[in-house]
Design a protein around this ligand. Structure first.
Ligand code: ADP
Length: 513
């Protein structure tokens, strides 16, 4: 055996230790590196997991966004459809047309597999107006069961809308049982007078369940339908009553025309009668007057004074009678249009002056003051001079008759807008209110002391009124008992051409008749 020197062995051992130390150093470095790598890996893994989570979140959010988009798209479509349908049904006032347009709209604009719209008749019976996706047997079944479900009907009457998206279980069950439709909305059609119908929509498949948005949409649509139907019914009612009114007006007009014809006929007969009787009376009266005059003249021998006096009375009474008959004849002639006014130039101021002159003796007898207050600016008018004079004579004559001594009579005339208004005022006994409305009736005389003592016919005022009306004027009276009376009348200012034109069209009218 070879003996190695100790220093070599020691050297070797030292070397081995060094190698060992180096190895340990190397190993410990490696482990440190591994730990570092492991730490980095764990960090990487954590980051990866976080990224994964985020990716998942993104996908989830995207899905939710899509869903929300889908819902809002659906809602938007629904609102558009609602707006379109509302416009369609609110632009007609015909009930059948409303349902026709709704039928089209449910087919094309609203996306439901099944639709049913019922309407109540006057006897509160349901009637099917629109149906989609239901057989006739199913509709019959629904109607019977719906009418018998008092709970559901009661709730609908109160205005409740139900949908499968939002409905108490029991109610849901009964609706599904009646309509055999899993996804549904049922809403009442209401008006101010209560329920008039029911709208039902639904889907069978789970693919398109109804949402709360759909429920709101159908409920709005149902109230729109209610509004449109109510408008249509109101219109129908108004139309019907206006038709009824029109036919009533036509009927009444016909009755009035017939009554008017009758009155005209009676009036004509009356006028004919008066004029025939007046003529018949006038002839013998003229003879009586003539004979009385012959006797008074003494042509048939001397007559005693007493007989002369009686003959004088016969003469006066005959004159009165002739005056009465003439008045009667004139009234009936003017009334029937047989006497035309003889229009010509006429100055009111002068007419009133003439009347004053004519009646001065009577006024003087009673110390009555007369005032002519005709406005001198009133132009020359187109009037029947003698007839208008007759009116003034009549009115002033009456005023003298019914005014006590020392009274005042005034005649006024003013013009405004081509209309002259005349007023004959006295400070006489006046006329009681109850007599005023009959004052212009023929033969009407107020029962008073003067009338009991003074004779009269009650024809003066009706004649004066007829004459004024024949001039297209109006006559009326105002009076206060014991203070005085005013007779007012109007006369339109017309030109000669106007008068001629009116005459022509009157003649044409008569010939057309
Ligand atoms: P008559 O004078 O012949 O009775 P009228 O037709 O002229 O007929 O008048 C009818 C009635 O109207 C008179 O009887 C009289 O009662 C009443 N009346 C007319 N004018 C006046 C007047 N100015 N004041 C009071 N009463 C009058």
């Amino acid at each position: 055996m070879i003996e190695l020197p100790v220093n070599i062995i020691a050297g070797c051992i030292v070397f081995a230790f060094i190698i060992f130390g180096l190895c340990i150093l190397f190993m410990s470095n490696k482990n440190k590196q591994i730990a570092q790598y492991e730490f980095a890996l764990a960090k990487l893994k954590r980051s990866f997991n976080e990224l994964d989570e985020q990716a998942k979140l993104i996908v989830k959010t995207d899905l939710e966004l899509n869903k929300a988009q889908e819902i809002s798209d659906k809602r938007l479509n629904g609102l558009e459809a609602l707006q379109k349908i509302s416009r369609l049904i609110s632009t007609t006032l015909d009930e059948n047309e409303i349902f026709h347009r709704l039928d089209q709209a449910f087919l094309t604009d609203l996306d439901f597999e099944r639709t049913l719209i019922f309407e109540f008749d006057n006897a509160r019976q349901l009637h099917e107006r629109i149906s989609l996706g239901f057989s006739q047997e199913a509709i019959k079944f629904i109607m019977t069961n719906l009418e018998n479900d008092f709970n559901l009907m009661g709730a609908l009457r109160e205005g409740h809308t139900y949908s499968s998206a939002n409905c108490p279980d029991q109610r849901r069950e009964s609706i599904v049982r009646i309509f055999d439709t899993g996804h549904f909305i049922i809403s009442p059609i209401l008006t101010q007078n209560g329920i008039i119908g029911i709208v039902f929509v639904g889907n069978l498949s789970n693919v398109s369940p109804v949402t709360e948005g759909d429920e709101e949409l159908i409920s709005i649509l149902a109230s729109q339908i209610g509004q449109s139907l109510e408008n249509a019914r109101l219109f129908e009612e108004v139309y019907r009553s206006s038709q009824a009114l029109e036919s009533k007006v036509q009927e009444r007009t016909k009755q009035l025309q017939e009554a008017l014809k009758e009155v005209q006929e009676i009036s004509r007969t009356k006028s004919d009668f008066i004029s025939a009787v007046s003529h018949e009376l006038r002839t013998p009266l003229t003879s009586i007057k003539g004979y009385a005059a012959i006797l008074m003249d003494g042509k048939l021998g001397e007559i005693p004074e007493k007989v002369r006096q009686r003959l004088g009375k016969i003469n006066t009474h005959s004159d009165n009678l002739v005056g009465l008959i003439n008045n009667l004849l004139d009234i009936s002639r003017i009334e029937s249009g047989r006497v035309e006014m003889n229009f010509g130039k006429c100055e009111l101021l002068k007419v009133v002056d003439n009347v004053h002159d004519l009646l001065t003796p009577q006024m003087r007898d009673k110390s009555i003051t007369f005032k002519n207050e005709v406005d001198s600016k009133i132009p020359t008018m187109q009037l029947d001079h003698s007839q208008i004079e007759r009116v003034f004579i009549n009115l002033v004559g009456n005023a003298i008759k019914f005014t006590p001594e020392r009274g005042t009579i005034s005649v006024k005339a003013t013009m405004e807008n081509n209309l002259v208004t005349c007023a004959v005022t006295d400070t006489g006994i006046g006329i009681p209110e109850e007599d005023i409305k009959r004052l212009f009736d023929e033969f009407y005389r107020v029962d008073n002391e003067i009338n009991q003592n003074v004779k009269g016919t009650g024809l003066g005022l009706p004649l004066a009124k007829k004459i004024v009306e024949a001039h297209d004027g109006r006559m009326w009276v105002t009076s206060i008992v014991r203070q005085g009376t005013t007779f007012h009348f109007t006369l339109p200012v017309k030109t000669e051409e106007q008068i001629a034109q009116e005459k022509e069209s009157r003649e044409k009218g008569i010939s057309h008749d």
